[in-house]
Design a protein around this ligand. Sequence first.
Ligand code: SAH
Length: 252
Amino acid sequence: MENELSVIDVLIETHAGLERQGPGSREMTVKALSFLDNKNKILRVADLGCGSGGQTMVLAQNISGNIIALDQFTDFINILNDNAKKQNLQERVKGIVGFMDNLCFQKEEFDLIWSEGAIDSIGFEKGLTHWNSFLKKQGHIAVTCPSWLTDKHPEEIEKFWTDAGSGLDTIGNNISIMQKSGYSFVAAFTLPETCWTDNYFIPRAAAEKALLEKYASNEIVEAYIENSKYEVELFSKYKQYYGYVFYIGKKG
Ligand code: SAH
């Protein structure tokens, strides 16, 4: 059918109007920034998997350098560039469409590589390794990645993440992976529950409700929303076992 929605269409339409497309918050972005030394020497930043740029704007408000924000979805990048313009940040913040597993930047171009809620879609190790060469020596990396918080991994939630294409690892293993990928470890901290609930699940549910009204009885939309509800259910059941963790490292 010509007008049939795909799952990706539904995902984009649900998330485009949200401030963030995954768990996070302004406060946690600022907290992660506080671990970087020489913040006034940060001239070039890449924000990978930036979505519509919630955290990109926070970075721009706290760092005086230039930011290139990259995402695979044009709709998100258009929103980001519009917002940059509205905030008069268009000279310093540029959104571009691209793939974070195949970056076309120059070697050692960036002082800082940032990525919230995105690296797990290409794999923590693969992302850290690929991105390393684009970072200047002594440059920082800061990423959030869903991680196991305990050694026990209940089957139901493990299966959910595996089916979603993200194999979770423990914080300790991720720190070792970071060190093996060419970074010294700076800090790691877990995002609070409100980053998931107030900042992501609740606005997402409101957007989904509107979508369900717009596309009444569309099976793709219904199935998508069922899966989201299941994700929220699993979070309230298993949140002590997993969470989003910010990992901060330094090249070299
Ligand atoms: N950083 C934002 C968005 C997180 S959602 C926030 O925290 O709010 C994850 C984002 O990563 C999505 O916008 C998705 O389009 C993007 N993404 C996932 N895989 C990608 C890839 N291989 N290349 C570029 N972007 C990707």
